[in-house]
Design a protein around this ligand. Structure first.
Ligand SMILES: Cc1cc2nc3c(=O)[nH]c(=O)nc-3n(C[C@H](O)[C@H](O)[C@H](O)COP(=O)(O)OP(=O)(O)OC[C@H]3O[C@@H](n4cnc5c(N)ncnc54)[C@H](O)[C@@H]3O)c2cc1C
Length: 221
């Protein structure tokens, strides 16, 4: 898997001007996104699984069943993974087919995922994962039991071989294509919050907690 030296594999090739290895830029994308696509090789075949995740400092934490494939493969010496996280900001409609694009912010990171075995660290990662749903949520819900903790694996990946890339702005049509009759421009896209629906056995149906997420303001008109 690890054919390229760590220092060169995060180098962007196409549109390098859209990239950065600035830890703050990488952290801000990781903190806004909710889903990571985690890639690894199992018996020579590549696999990608979408997962929730949380960043704490310069480490990224994943969790799952102890019996999940990722967890099993990482058991002995850890597992080489590549994690991709992306935020879609808009559709870029150009005057010509080839210049259609997307506005986005994304991170690709490489590293070895290892099991977190220290109980307080494992607990902290699991709490941080729950707090991604709403600030302070881990403090007001039932904490995991010993059995639940034992059945759950937490994996940590260092964020030290990572790159961020982003595209923003209008289509990059060449002058010869401008002014064609088709619409050209950007259609912004964002994650939006819908109406909360309390569970039938919820004793405190309102107010629903504000999600600890960066969400678009829904336009009502
Ligand atoms: C929503 C979205 C849609 C996209 N659609 C397309 C598409 O249709 N076609 C296409 O060719 N590309 C698309 N891209 C860009 C794509 O992710 C790659 O950046 C691009 O293919 C360049 O690959 P490369 O061969 O230059 O670099 P590679 O050799 O593939 O990458 C070299 C290194 O650059 C870094 N890197 C590459 N891409 C990214 C990234 N997006 N974010 C952070 N680090 C990165 C990684 O560290 C990687 O190891 C899209 C990106 C996003 C987020």
């Amino acid at each position: 898997v690890n054919e390229k030296a760590p220092s060169t594999r995060t180098e962007l090739k196409r549109h390098p001007e859209r990239g950065t290895e600035d830890p703050a830029a990488i952290a801000s994308i990781l903190d806004e996104a909710l889903i990571a696509h985690v890639a690894f090789v199992d018996e020579g075949a590549p696999t990608v699984v979408p997962m929730s995740f949380v960043r704490m400092g310069s480490r990224l934490f994943l969790h799952g069943s102890q019996r999940s494939r990722l967890s099993e493969l990482a058991r002995k010496d850890g597992l080489e993974v590549c994690v991709a996280v992306s935020l879609l900001d808009g559709l870029v409609l150009a005057a010509s087919a080839m210049f259609h694009s997307m506005n986005y912010r994304s991170v690709v990171l490489y590293g070895r995922a290892r099991h977190v075995t220290e109980p307080s660290e494992k607990q902290a990662a699991l709490s941080a994962l729950v707090d991604r749903f709403a600030d302070g949520r881990s403090q007001i819900v039932r904490a995991p039991s010993e059995a639940e903790l034992a059945a759950t694996s937490v994996l940590v990946v260092p964020i030290d071989q990572a790159s961020a890339k982003q595209r923003s702005g209008p289509p990059a049509d060449p002058p010869s294509d401008r002014g064609r009759p088709a619409y050209s421009g950007v259609i912004p896209l964002a994650l939006a919050r819908g109406e909360a629906m309390a569970s039938p056995y919820c004793r405190e149906p309102a107010p629903a907690p504000a999600p600890a997420l960066k969400l678009a303001r829904l336009k009502t008109t």
